[in-house]
Design a protein around this ligand. Structure first.
Ligand code: UD1
Length: 340
């Protein structure tokens, strides 16, 4: 049985479908602080099976232990955590408590119950910034840790903790997945990204503008050292990302050292590329205004995905058009997201 912390969230819910399709049994553990139980109902409709759900917080060892006593947990996919950069600057203690302390509690309980396999959701945000002039695709052994906000630092700290844990107890099998920019939705259009309030991330903002929930997109900076002056990122379809977790699980029992893998496509698209692709998918005109740069943003960020291919036999297959069409289907069918 696989324990999926944060399984009701955006990446978690999509991964449940991949797990089911590959024949894995799972239990979802989520405190629903930034997700909705409705996502699990929708997943249940897609996979035509009830979902085992235990509501709880990873910081609460009593609830976690209850789960480890009730089920035989062979591995954990650990998604649970807070993820808004701006909010983390305002509430750093909350971020370190949820993300770092929560992971410490989870790891202690895992160790107590002899569960040694974990796949952890990390982020490309842990990589140090590279100057635009000599920009290259990011590789797993590039320098990390020069993070610029508590969210990013919490991911970096957890990576370090996982390494130290492995040194202390090499029964632990640990895969760290560094996500680039997950976008899109399940092809059914019934599950997708449902941010609270005004979206911080580009894709949900574009999608909400296309359904006229927002008037226009503020493009943060038009003078970056990129082809069209707007920021370039490695957008990856959520279904490709979900499959990366399966490949990690398939591999995990055989690994010796902590395995760190980028999950990206290796292709960079600018903000204007994304707006244009979304216009094509939605057949709507999307208004935008170029405004000041957002503090902490960089010009370019994209993955070298070759290690993922070599070690996991995984590579992304979906295109930018798939990403926009699927996001659009989700947004159109659920303009208010999950009704909570
Ligand atoms: C952001 C986080 C990153 C996190 C990731 C999770 C920051 C600085 N970084 O990455 O740590 O892991 O989300 O998904 O917040 N943009 C606009 N207008 C908008 C929103 C975004 O022009 O309204 C631009 C940004 O400047 C950037 C691109 O769109 O060039 C993507 O932005 P976003 O979706 O927020 O992702 P990241 O900044 O790459």
């Amino acid at each position: 049985m696989i324990l999926v912390t944060g399984g009701a969230g955006y990446i978690g819910s999509h991964t449940l479908i991949s797990l089911h399709e590959a024949g894995y049994e799972f239990v979802v553990f989520d405190n629903l602080s930034n997700s909705s139980k409705e996502s699990l109902n929708r997943v249940s409709e897609i996979i035509k099976k009830d979902i085992i759900f235990e509501e709880g917080d990873i910081r609460d060892s009593v609830s976690l232990e209850r789960v480890f006593k009730k089920y035989t947990i062979d591995a954990v996919i650990h998604f649970a955590g807070l993820k808004a950069v701006g909010e983390s600057v305002v509430n750093p203690l909350e971020y370190y408590d949820n993300n770092v302390n929560g992971t410490l509690v989870l790891l202690s309980v895992m160790q107590k119950y002899y569960c040694y396999q974990i796949v952890f959701s990390s982020s490309a945000t842990v990589y140090n910034e590279i100057d635009s002039d000599d920009y290259k695709a990011l590789e797993e052994n590039d320098p990390i840790g020069n993070t610029t906000n508590p969210y990013g630092t919490s991911k970096f700290m957890i990576e370090r903790i996982l390494h130290d844990l492995h040194v202390s107890n090499n029964s632990f099998k640990i895969v760290i997945l560094r996500y680039f920019n997950p976008v899109g939705a399940h092809i059914s259009g019934t599950i997708g990204e449902d941010p609270n309030g005004i979206p911080n991330n580009l894709m949900p903002f574009i999608a909400q503008t296309a359904v006229e929930k927002r008037e226009f997109i503020s493009v943060f900076g038009g003078d970056y050292d990129t082809d069209d002056g707007t920021g370039v990122r490695d957008y990856i379809h959520i279904e490709d990302l979900a499959l990366g977790h399966l490949k990690a699980l398939d591999k995990i029992s055989t690994i010796k050292d902590v395995l760190i893998v980028n999950l990206g496509t290796g292709k960079g698209y600018s903000v204007l590329d994304m707006i244009k692709a979304f216009e094509k998918a939605s057949n709507k005109q999307i208004e935008y205004k170029i405004v000041e740069r957002r503090a902490g943003d960089i010009a370019k960020c994209f993955a070298n995905p070759s290690y993922a291919k070599d070690i996991l036999g995984w590579s992304a297959t979906k295109t930018i058009d798939d990403m926009c069409e699927d996001s659009w289907r989700w947004q159109m069918n659920n303009p208010e997201g999950y009704v909570k």
